[in-house]
Design a protein around this ligand. Structure first.
Ligand SMILES: N[C@@H](CCC(=O)N[C@@H](CS)C(=O)NCC(=O)O)C(=O)O
Length: 230
């Protein structure tokens, strides 16, 4: 069976697309890494099934959506068989659930500053003094009070599984592909009021974990800022 022709379209950020890029890269699966510029997005958005990226096309077929489906698809064609070994199914899904809990907890604190109207505030809320203070408090409080617990759970999981990757072994799985960009996201300095040292201060083991992942030959040199950059 010949390898499928894959095109992954996502914004030129890590966001929800990086996990899929990492999975393809780790498995050595060739793909076109299409970076959609924000001005192009206006035109492309109505042509996509749900108005969102990432989009994956396989052999120039229909636009496929949903990053989590893409991850599992990558695993299904992974010639190395390491992205999602079935004997680790429960562990991988449990880890993915834990990382999703972290993300679900953080997302409102992130989006209050980006889309305040979603939370019942006026569109220009973040331009007001009250709005600025609200965003600052919500983000700082979360980083101080809630993030540490998630980090300790994740670090304990890695330790329990042998201290290498989330689900053990000497190769990452899709759970690591999801976790690494999220941890990196807290350290790149692009989100106001998030202490870029927050992972290091709470869990040096998690810094080592991201560095271990980013030092893999398939990933090395990929990043120029944040945790795990060369
Ligand atoms: N459940 C979808 C969510 C996709 C999604 O929310 N994409 C965002 C970027 S992370 C997007 O395309 N936003 C642009 C827009 O809504 O116009 C997935 O995981 O693929």
């Amino acid at each position: 069976m010949s390898a499928p022709k894959l095109k992954l379209s996502y914004f030129d950020i890590e966001g929800a697309g990086e996990q899929v890029r990492l999975a393809f890269s780790l498995a050595g699966i060739p793909f076109e890494d299409d970076r959609v510029k924000f001005p192009e997005w206006k035109e492309l958005k109505p042509k996509t099934p749900y108005g969102k990226l990432p989009i994956l096309t396989i052999d120039d077929g229909e636009m496929k959506t949903q990053s989590q489906a893409m991850l599992r698809y990558a695993a299904s064609i992974d010639p190395t068989g390491t992205l999602y070994p079935t004997e680790k199914l429960y562990e991988i899904e449990e880890c993915l659930g834990l990382v999703k809990d972290l993300q679900d907890s953080w997302t409102p604190r992130l989006y209050i500053g980006m889309r305040p109207s979603t939370f019942g505030y006026p569109e220009d809320f973040t331009k007001t003094e009250e709005g600025k203070a609200k965003v600052e408090t919500m983000r700082k409080e979360w980083v101080e009070k809630e993030l540490p617990e998630f980090l300790s759970w994740i670090a304990a999981k890695i330790e329990k599984n042998g201290g290498t990757f989330m689900c053990g072994g000497d190769k990452p799985t899709i759970a690591d592909c999801v976790l690494v960009p999220i941890l990196r996201g807290f350290t790149k300095g692009h989100v106001d009021h998030v202490d870029t040292e927050c992972i290091k201060k709470n869990s040096p083991k998690l810094v080592e974990y991201v560095e271990r992942f980013c030092a893999l030959p398939e990933i090395k040199g990929r990043y120029t800022s944040g945790l795990g950059s060369a």
